[in-house]
Design a protein around this ligand. Structure first.
Ligand code: ADP
Ligand code: MG
Length: 299
């Protein structure tokens, strides 16, 4: 009796806040041998906050925050929201001609200057020499799992861009993340990896804290998809857990795409095969157990 078994598995899942798109997904998750986790919003809460600001010489921390907020007020990225929130009591004017470059940062015009806000690789496209004192601080923030946002400005069309400061963005690791990873290992999952657009050092700090030993960092959305594909070559049935639009291609490619339901964007919820309603990571292990049980009863 295939149908009643799958139905009861699906109903059982629904009672725990695990929504399966259909019975095939319940069966498939029981066969998963490798799983990839997005970092921001998935292993962490994604409710990011500014934790530190340091200005380069000749600038002030207030100027750094105001300049960054002028650009980030046009971006939807969680980092942008954190910066605008931190600058809420300062007076700044929204930048014009703002362009967001996914996975890198934003550029625009503020105070008659061209301003660049983003990760170090992005900033280095504009600035030749980064201030030594900031280059020394940034890695120490990354080792604490924080993301470093660089802010630079210069004359439009000129080549005299200067870094004015750096901002540390802190996120909180979900309290159940490490326990979930340990439980997945106990279930015999052969490979557990992290895939993220964030930098390598920050990613490794979070991975170490939750017990993941393989990290793929600084990825664009298409790169995330490629990682899933290569895992499928080796392990056939691969699950991916994510929350953001940048995870959608990877979720679609995965044998089982799992979305965080509360944090997830609409695109992600539509793409996913399984939705975790209360963002409870430990439900992934519960879903696998349900899936395995359904095989045993069907056979
Ligand atoms: P994730 O996979 O962690 O969700 P994204 O692909 O959205 O990351 O972004 C990767 C990196 O690009 C971020 O960690 C950040 O350094 C930079 N970045 C992207 N958008 C912005 C922005 N609006 N402001 C500052 N930095 C940004
Ligand atoms: Mg995310």
């Amino acid at each position: 009796a295939i149908m009643p078994t799958l139905l009861s598995g699906i109903a059982n899942g629904a009672r725990q806040g695990i929504l399966f798109k259909n019975g095939a997904q319940l069966e498939k998750i029981g066969k998963v041998r490798a799983i990839a986790f997005d970092k921001t919003g998935t292993l962490t809460t994604g409710q990011v906050q500014v934790s530190q600001v340091i200005a380069a010489s000749n600038y002030t921390e207030i100027e750094v925050l105001k300049t960054a907020a002028a650009l980030e007020s046009s971006s939807e990225h969680p980092i942008a929201q954190a910066i605008v929130q931190a600058a809420r009591d300062l007076n700044w004017v929204r930048a014009t001609e703002v362009q967001a470059i996914p996975g890198q940062g934003v550029v625009g015009t503020a105070n008659e200057q061209q301003v660049i806000v983003g990760n170090i690789a992005f900033i280095q496209k504009y600035v030749n020499k980064l201030p030594q004192e900031l280059l020394e601080i940034a890695p120490s923030w990354e080792d604490e799992g924080k993301t470093v946002v660089w802010v630079a400005q210069g004359e439009s069309h000129g080549d005299e861009y200067q870094v004015i400061g750096i901002i540390a963005i802190a996120d909180m690791i979900r309290p159940e993340a490490a326990g979930t990873i340990a439980r997945l290992r106990k279930l015999g999952i052969e490979q557990i990896v992290m895939i993220t657009g964030d930098n390598q050092r920050t990613a490794e700090s979070v991975a170490q804290a939750v017990g993941i030993d393989q990290v793929f960092a600084e990825l664009l959305p298409e790169d995330k998809l490629d990682v899933i594909r290569s895992l499928q070559h080796k392990y056939q049935t691969v699950a991916m857990v994510g929350d953001g639009i940048n995870d959608a291609p990877a979720l679609a490619q995965a044998s089982v795409g799992i979305a965080m339901g509360v944090a997830g964007s609409d695109v992600v919820l539509e793409t996913a095969d399984i939705v975790l309603m209360a963002d409870k990571l430990e439900k992934i292990a519960a879903a696998m157990e349900l899936g395995r049980r359904s095989h045993r009863i069907i056979k």
